[in-house]
Design a protein around this ligand. Structure first.
Ligand code: C5P
Length: 302
């Protein structure tokens, strides 16, 4: 038997970052939106726990127990006294170390896939609390749609979204490490007063009404200056997308993927073509949001 789960990437339409906490994390007001780029995780019984990975950037994905998919399988198995002997295959399409929660998606996907393979039928609340132990963004990867995340981003309140938004994601060459970007945020913030992070009511309204122009006016990412400081070439990518007709551009999460909101599908195609031919990114991917959270898409009983 094997089980396949599909899990979406995310963009943070608002990422408000507070001061560093004693535990090293930062308090956030994090408005997550799931977008239609997906990893697929397939689990199959095997002699021992092992991971394989294919797709763009697969050579940069760890295949040991530092991989969130392996940690998810081990955590679920430990909770239920199960021997975690599974082969986890990750078919990657979410940019690796790109600020789109690709690793978190694999953690959430492996958790749901193993839960299904082992017929555990865990309630969603139990899976969400296991996800929160794995990483700050993992609960949202399970949930999908749109949500406000507070605390370190793991305490979620689902948000209503009034319509489809069109996006282009410009995938950069290479990744950025999330802890490094937060450290750069701290360095740039040194000596400045950092207000407590709060969600922007105008942005939540724009999501609720499905108003792309209003969402474009309210997009914000406090990690953007840190990502640009570490990767100055991203400024040219952002300018290319807005010049080509995007309503707004921003760094996705901790980067280096950049996100472009457009008014419709046709403009998204136009912006993607301009980005692709500009040489300022590796690949330009048009897609839409919101997207469904982790979903079982294949169940093979052979
Ligand atoms: O939770 P996760 O393991 O994904 O976080 C990775 C790193 O990102 C943390 O070790 C920390 O350096 C940084 N981080 C943070 N504040 C958050 C979330 C992540 O500083 N709210």
């Amino acid at each position: 038997m094997s089980v396949t789960v599909r899990v979406p990437a995310k963009v943070n339409v608002q990422l408000a970052v507070g001061a560093a906490r004693p535990d090293g994390f930062h308090d956030l007001a994090n408005v997550f939106l799931a977008v239609g780029l997906y990893d697929e995780i397939t689990v199959t019984p095997a002699d021992e726990l092992r991971i394989t990975c294919t797709g763009p950037g697969a050579d940069r994905v760890p295949l040991d127990t530092t991989n969130l998919a392996a940690r998810a399988a081990l955590a679920l198995a430990a909770r239920h006294g199960i021997d975690p002997r599974v082969h986890i295959h990750i078919a990657k399409d979410i940019p690796v170390a790109g600020g789109m929660a690709g690793g978190s998606a694999d953690g959430a996907g492996a958790l749901l896939a193993c839960d299904t393979l082992w017929s555990l039928n865990s309630p969603q609340s139990e899976l969400l609390s296991l996800c929160a132990e794995l990483g700050s963004d993992v609960p949202f990867s399970l949930l999908g749609g749109a949500a406000l995340g507070v605390g370190r981003g793991e305490q979620l309140t689902p948000l209503a979204v009034g319509g489809a938004f069109h996006w282009v994601f410009a995938v950069a060459d290479g990744g950025l490490s999330t802890p490094t970007v937060f450290q750069e945020f701290d360095r740039l913030a040194a000596g400045k007063a950092i207000p407590p992070p709060t969600p922007d009511p105008a942005l939540l309204d724009a999501l609720r009404t499905g108003d792309a122009a209003a969402l474009a006016d309210t997009l914000s990412n406090d990690l953007q200056p840190a990502a640009l400081s570490l990767r100055p070439s991203l400024a040219a990518t952002l300018t290319t997308g807005t010049t080509a007709g995007a309503l707004a551009a921003l760094v996705s999460g901790s980067g280096p993927t950049t996100a472009f909101l457009t008014k419709d599908e046709e403009t998204a195609t136009q912006v993607a073509t301009a980005l692709q031919s500009s040489g300022t990114c590796h690949t330009a991917r048009p897609t839409t949001s919101p997207a469904r959270g982790a979903t079982v898409v294949g169940l093979d009983r052979v």
